[in-house]
Design a protein around this ligand. Structure first.
Ligand code: PEP
Length: 266
């Protein structure tokens, strides 16, 4: 098994078309040298996957992903984009079940499970997001929600599949709000997720990222928690200088447990 990496994942959401993506790459790449055991992941809008992949192809530490895919390879799904299509454009990863997909576009646990399984069978790495809303948190249902969201993916996959899955804990109330989960709270939910994986005989050490208002000011403290294997970042990944700064600050802070492995297929 290859060495496991610290992961910095940038979710650009609905920002940056192809020319802006190229301009970002030109600015960003000289600001970050490749570093041993560190992976930089970018999730641009689908139309920019090709441009960003091409602009960053000189960097083996960079991997490009889609923000959303359909589980079917082709057919009458107007507006849908399939995994073979994003793969051809250069994607090797896909986000699955981001809270904006779940809560704004009505994506269900069942669809999240189908997309995860389809990504794995097409040879791309799914980064599956789970997280509770504010109402669920205030109602004391955080644990129940996380276990339910994870449960549908656990049901759909075989134990062996998990060596190619990455998870992100993203509390919905923390996304884009400037209110991140405290490092201890995040670490506690990461532990819960790991216990749930263990209870389902998933023995491999699946990387678990934290996402939700991560910034250059809080990334160091979050990453000092051994339970947090990396970060998934929206707003703070949109400016090349700011993103490079966050990546450097986070990298310095991280203490890496031994035995990490790289979850991305070549
Ligand atoms: C996200 O989009 O996954 C996210 C965590 O956004 P932000 O960093 O802006 O909260």
């Amino acid at each position: 098994m290859a060495e496991r990496s610290l992961i910095f994942a940038a979710n650009w959401k609905m920002n940056y078309g192809p020319s802006e993506a190229r301009a970002f790459a030109q600015k960003f790449l000289p600001l970050t040298a490749p570093a041993e055991g560190r992976n930089l992941w970018f999730f641009p809008p689908a139309v920019s996957i090709g441009a960003l992949s091409e602009s960053m192809k000189s960097r083996s530490d960079v991997t490009i992903g889609a923000q959303n895919v359909h589980w079917e390879p082709k057919g009458p799904f107007t507006g849908g984009i399939s995994i073979p299509m994003v793969k051809e454009a250069g994607a090797r990863l896909t986000l699955v079940g981001h809270s904006e997909r779940r809560h704004m576009f009505g994506e269900t646990d069942d669809q999240v499970a189908k997309k995860t399984r389809a990504a794995l069978s097409s040879g791309i790495t799914p980064l599956v997001c789970v997280g509770e809303t504010l109402a669920e948190r205030d109602g004391g249902r955080t644990e129940q929600v996380i276990v339910r969201q994870l449960g549908s993916v656990l049901q759909a996959l075989k134990v062996d599949d998990w060596s190619r899955v990455v998870l992100a804990y993203e509390p919905v109330w923390a996304i884009g709000t400037g209110k991140n989960a405290s490092p201890d709270d995040a670490a506690q939910i990461h532990e819960l997720i790991r216990m749930e994986l263990g209870r389902n005989s998933v023995g491999v050490r699946v990387p678990i990222l934290y996402g939700g208002s991560v910034s250059k000011d809080n990334v160091a403290e979050l990453l000092t928690r051994p339970q947090i294997d990396g970060v998934l970042v929206g707003g703070a990944s949109l400016q090349a200088e700011g993103w490079a700064d966050l990546v450097e600050k986070g990298s310095k802070a991280k203490v890496r447990p031994s035995g990490w492995h790289d979850a991305v297929e070549g």
